[in-house]
Design a protein around this ligand. Structure first.
Ligand SMILES: Nc1ncnc2c1ncn2[C@@H]1O[C@H](COP(=O)(O)OP(=O)(O)OP(=O)(O)O)[C@@H](O)[C@H]1O
Ligand SMILES: [Mg+2]
Length: 259
């Protein structure tokens, strides 16, 4: 099932062309990986899907009909949830409150929004604890500030929250960028769990190894255009790594540095 389809999408910020002629599909139960160097246009691409910026040209369809979102709220109401690296949680707030924080954003047509207002604090704590355990995130105390969790665990709480509140598309902007190997592993398992639960996942990363561990389809952006666009069956980790390594740039740099 195709949830989002982008065709020939472009985006300019004034005179800066950040994205041109990019096509991409998000399917239920699949992970679409978007790779690329700094400034390649990755965040711009997902900001169009998540309603932060309108696209300048091309077509985006959601559930088969053309869509342009005027706000992130509109995207959320269609089940498109985005987890940003830094904005995912409020560090000083308790874990359980962070878990339900997303619900304020989902007062629209999300399935569970109605019953939330009547829910008791005790129930919210229990549900947050159960949902996190279900996904293998064990926190000592659901009342501890979320800032006391590791970066990987915080990402996972944000993802668990989106899944619980009925997201159909989960967009993750570099969820493993600031994490070590072990914590990245936790997040990657979580990405796989979201996919197995039937969500369409868009996974943004610099890291071809991380992408290859969970990806079903791979797009590499360079200067706003796709330089690689292949399903898993047609691409190797080596090919992704080579494309991402920027061999020419490295050779140039090594020449400049005399090494
Ligand atoms: N709000 C904006 N106004 C003007 N230019 C922007 C804006 N946002 C992004 N750009 C430009 O668009 C291009 C793509 O930026 P984008 O943030 O999408 O890249 P990215 O692939 O996410 O990079 P990174 O890996 O550093 O996060 C860059 O040249 C950037 O300077
Ligand atoms: Mg970015």
């Amino acid at each position: 099932m195709t949830l989002i389809e982008m065709s020939g999408v472009g985006k300019s910020y004034g005179a800066v062309s950040a994205l041109h002629d990019v096509s991409l599909s998000v399917h239920a139960g699949e992970v679409t990986c978007v790779l690329g160097d700094n400034g390649a246009g990755k965040s711009t691409l997902i900001k169009i899907m998540s309603g932060l910026h309108p696209h300048s040209c091309g077509v985006m369809t959601v559930d088969g009909s053309p869509a342009t979102f005027a706000s992130p709220r509109e995207a959320l109401d269609r089940g498109i949830a985005t987890v940003y690296q830094d904005l995912a949680v409020v560090p000083l707030m308790e874990v359980w409150r962070n878990f339900f924080l997303g619900a304020e954003l989902t007062a629209g047509t999300f399935p569970l929004s109605g019953f939330l207002s009547g829910m008791k604090i005790k129930d919210m704590k229990r549900i947050a604890d159960e949902e996190l355990r279900k996904m293998g995130i064990i926190v000592n105390d659901i009342n501890q500030p979320i800032g006391t969790l590791s970066g990987g665990q915080r990402q996972c709480v944000a993802i668990a929250r989106a899944v619980y509140f009925g997201a159909r598309v989960l967009i993750l902007d570099e969820p493993t960028a600031a994490l070590g190997v072990k914590q990245s592993g936790v997040v990657l398992k979580y990405v796989a769990a979201a996919r197995d639960a039937g969500l369409g996942v868009v996974f943004i990363t610099h890291n071809p190894h991380h992408a290859y561990l969970v990806g079903d389809h791979f797009i590499i952006l360079k200067l706003g255009a796709a330089v690689l666009d292949k399903p898993r069956a047609e691409v190797t980790l080596d090919e992704l790594t080579t494309q991402m390594a920027g061999g020419e740039e490295l050779a140039e740099l090594s020449h400049e540095l005399g090494r």
